[in-house]
Design a protein around this ligand. Structure first.
Ligand code: ADP
Length: 399
């Protein structure tokens, strides 16, 4: 069984082709600058990296280039595209319509369309990817896996904002939560590592990448999440600031020369690590600049860690008993210093880091980094959203 996993962005398509007999990745790649004449396709198969330069005006053309690479005489991995049995699509927003992966049919497409209002850029791109795959791979089953689905178990007290209740009823304003596939994958992996059943474990999972979010998991189910109606709430991120006083927006609208569009743009693309430091959205740059004594970079790290720590504390209080704290995402997996700062002085709450294990962690490896006497296990687990999408697609295919 071969499954192609597709993550369509507005100007990019990420893909991985799995052989589910042994869950191996036959090929993977990233097509960037879609819609331009300088489309760049990084295609990786059997260790080789090929980057033909080409043009693709839309998702259909982009997917065409990807499929051509998969069957290419020199660096292809299958002979015919009909060998692809299932296509698993990452879809960002499933609203209240979806609590799990689904086989895509007309009704599902319509429901994803209804969710476009909630995530205009993301869902439109996801739909373009679905339409392109349906046209190019007619014989393959198409599956949608939603970023929001894992959080569909949130109870009303966790997802209703303390706002006029009609806003929920009329506009669907509520907490949805995101990065669900990543949180679910690392939670399942954590259960394996801790030698328990996921439905018997309480976990806090911190996905720290360009986007950052944290989930409280009780008995294997998501019960609270830092992201809200959109992926803007919660932790400090690369270019998004997370939690803030909503009064700031009306204050700026009344007292600055910024339009609502400009304010929103700054909240999405000019805030977070970039906004504070004025330097970069990349944690590596920020840490380097901070070590070099740059004051605002140091401040960005402090604010990032302070917010993270507040959420860890809040979720410990919410869960009562916590079996494990999991770090994942580019920052969570690679930055010993951020992990160390996040759990510093939390011994009284049962979190004790093994400093040496934290620092010596081999890249890309799942590992426990808590001291032997730590009540709460601290784990680093590389996320693998594509693999979980492939597994859920396989399960739906009935094979
Ligand atoms: P995305 O959310 O786009 O998938 P990633 O999960 O790859 O992104 O995370 C990107 C973030 O990870 C960037 O801020 C990057 O600086 C950070 N990162 C990657 N490697 C390191 C490292 N060694 N130390 C600190 N941060 C790192």
């Amino acid at each position: 069984m071969k499954i192609l996993v597709i993550n369509s962005g507005s100007s990019s398509i990420k893909y991985q082709l799995f052989d589910m007999a042994n869950e191996s990745v036959l090929a993977k790649g990233l097509l960037e600058r879609l819609g331009t004449e300088q489309v760049c396709l990084g295609h990786q198969a059997g260790g080789a990296m090929v980057e033909p330069s080409c043009s693709a005006k839309d998702h259909a053309a982009g997917l065409g280039l990807i499929l051509a690479s998969l069957v290419h005489r020199d660096y292809g991995v299958i002979e015919r595209i009909e060998e692809i049995d299932v296509v698993g699509h990452r879809v960002v927003h499933g609203g209240e319509e979806f609590s799990g992966a689904v086989r895509i049919d007309e009704k599902v497409t319509e429901a994803i369309e209804r969710c476009v209002l909630l995530a205009p850029l993301h869902n439109r791109a996801n739909l373009a990817g679905i339409t392109a795959a349906q046209a190019a791979l007619g014989s393959a089953m198409q599956v949608a896996v939603f970023d929001t689905a894992f959080h569909s178990t949130l109870e009303r007290a966790a997802f209703i904002y303390a706002l006029p209740y009609e806003w929920y009823e009329r506009y669907g304003i509520r907490r949805y939560g995101f990065h669900g596939t990543s949180h679910q994958y690392v939670a399942q992996r954590a259960a394996q590592m801790l030698g328990g059943q996921l439905n018997e474990l309480n976990l806090i999972t911190a996905h720290l990448g360009n986007g950052c979010s944290i989930t409280a998991i009780r008995s294997g189910k998501s019960v609270d999440q830092s992201m809200g109606l959109t992926p803007t709430e919660g932790l400090v991120m690369g270019t998004r600031g997370g939690d803030m006083d909503p009064g700031i927006i009306s204050y700026l609208a009344a007292n600055s020369d910024m339009s609502p569009e400009k304010i929103d743009k700054e909240l999405q693309h000019g805030s977070g690590l970039l906004g504070i430091s004025g330097l970069s959205n990349d944690m590596r740059d920020i840490l380097r600049a901070s070590e070099d004594g740059q004051e605002r970079a140091r401040l960005a790290v402090e604010i990032f860690v302070l917010r993270l720590k507040k959420y860890i504390g809040a979720y410990m209080a919410l869960l009562g008993e916590v079996d494990g704290l999991v770090f994942t995402g580019g920052i969570g997996e690679n930055s010993a210093v951020i992990r160390q700062k996040a759990v510093e002085n939390l011994q009284r709450f049962g979190l004790r880091l093994d400093t040496r294990a934290n620092e010596a962690l081999p890249q890309g490896q799942a590992s426990e980094i808590s001291a032997v006497d730590s009540e709460v296990k601290i784990l680093v687990i590389p996320t693998n959203e594509e693999l979980l999408i492939a597994r859920q697609s396989l399960a739906l295919s009935g094979s």
